[in-house]
Ligand binder design. Structure first.
Ligand SMILES: Cc1cc2nc3c(=O)[nH]c(=O)nc-3n(C[C@H](O)[C@H](O)[C@H](O)COP(=O)(O)O)c2cc1C
Length: 399
């Protein structure tokens, strides 16, 4: 198996991750939902938009430094919240936070992380927290207070997951939360002894079976328990009144993640949100969802002056990130790329993923004639929706 630092791009890190992780876990991370149409559409959306360069521009002093929420950061990236990252490596969330800290970018802790926000905070990274509103609002609000006490200032409320999406491969693989014991799952784990020894057995040796750390003590079930309480399940009755309630309770920033329509983006601004993430959850939820790149220019153009517009889903190259930034995003969240890096090389592997994407972004900027992320964001995203527009809308730097 090649070492993580021999990997020259995210796809090569992915291939190492695939060999290292049990198939059920790898597919949980890697794949989409239902027929995986939105996953394919994501890739196509990046490939179909060319970037038209301006040449003979001195880009020797170019920088990736960029402000996000008033703080200057070395890279326009945020490590996205990913459930169960702690199964990829032992203490995976802590390792991701360490990598984020080393790169100077925020790390967003998932509600469904294996390690608690308090333990992750010890890494000293800038932590954001991603919230799923549970059926029991009192428990949800208790969690909020706990997160605030841990020193988190930025909350991401995920709004695109009213129910569990239909991911049939998880059922086939016997992977899910709760994990259902099966012969296939057992053989899968047994055929990955390094993962078994360094992750699962290490949890068992040091503290017990890995579970969801943010679930309240009385429901702090093991991940394999079938009887997770209804009170902490995903809720299909979350609406704008919950957003208003959170706005009253949370004094820090709130970002809504999973916005794809202009109407919802406007409503988020009216509800006093500080930001939105234009996202289709990495093609993992609604299989009919549009790719963020196709809706971002319109959304960022209309609400970008009222709140911070971030974007994610499908970024595997620096040029993908460049396209989201050129289409109006102020920053880009990275999900799977970070998990592939983490699987392949622990915190150094996750840092390697960030470095690869940063390097590719910098080269893309130089080849485009952009000296800064601001130059990139000033790119013209074609004449969006003009009549007679050619099918491919080029992005052109304006300098
Ligand atoms: C394994 C995995 C788990 C995820 N868990 C969560 C989660 O708990 N909360 C959430 O808001 N988004 C979650 N996401 C979505 C990511 O935050 C992000 O939107 C998505 O991964 C971006 O696409 P990318 O993976 O192609 O970069 C998860 C994604 C993956 C791959």
């Amino acid at each position: 198996m090649p070492r993580f630092d021999a990997c020259l791009n995210i796809d090569e890190l992915r291939r190492v991750a695939r060999r290292r992780l049990p198939r059920g876990l790898f597919e949980y991370i890697d794949r989409g939902t239902e027929d995986e149409a939105s996953l394919r559409a994501l890739r196509r959306s990046f490939e179909d938009v060319p970037l038209v360069p301006r040449v003979l521009v001195d880009t020797s002093g170019r920088t990736l430094r960029t402000p996000l929420f008033g703080v200057e950061r070395p890279l326009p990236f945020v490590v996205a919240p990913t459930a169960a990252a702690g199964l990829v490596r032992h203490d995976g969330e802590v390792l991701l936070a360490q990598a984020a800290k080393a790169a100077g970018v925020p790390f967003c802790v998932s509600t469904q992380s294996i390690t608690s926000v308090e333990a992750i905070a010890a890494s000293g990274a800038e932590l954001w927290f991603q919230l799923y509103v549970w059926r029991d609002r009192t428990l949800t609000h208790d969690l909020l207070e706990r997160v605030a006490r841990a020193g988190v200032g930025t909350l991401i409320l995920t709004v695109d997951t009213a129910v569990s999406p239909k991911r049939e491969y998880n059922q086939r693989n016997g992977f899910g939360v709760p994990i259902t014991p099966s012969l296939r799952g057992g053989l899968d784990v047994a055929s990955h002894p390094v993962w078994l020894w360094t992750v699962l057995l290490r949890y068992l040796r040091t503290g017990g079976w890995p579970g969801y750390a943010h679930y309240p003590a009385e429901f702090h079930t093991r991940i394999t328990d079938a009887a997770a309480s209804d009170r902490v399940k995903l809720c299909d009755r979350v609406d704008w009144s919950d957003v208003a309630e959170l706005r009253r309770r949370w004094s820090g920033r709130i970002i809504l993640k999973g916005i794809l329509s202009l109407a919802d983006a406007r409503r988020a601004a009216e509800a006093g949100m500080d930001g939105i993430v234009v996202s289709n959850h990495g093609g993992r939820n609604l299989d009919a969802a549009p790719a963020p790149l196709s809706v971002l220019p319109r959304i960022a153009g209309e609400v970008g002056h009222r709140l911070t517009v971030l974007a994610d889903s499908g970024v595997r190259r620096g040029s993908d990130a460049a396209k989201l930034l050129a289409a109006g995003a102020a920053g880009v969240l990275l999900g799977r790329s970070m998990l592939y890096g983490l699987a392949a090389g622990g915190p150094a592997g996750a840092e390697h993923a960030l470095a690869l994407l940063g390097d590719e972004l910098s080269r893309t900027m130089a080849l485009l004639g952009c000296r800064s992320v601001a130059d990139l964001r000033a790119c013209r995203f074609g004449a969006v929706e003009a009549a007679g527009e050619p099918a491919v809308r080029p992005l052109t730097p304006v300098n």
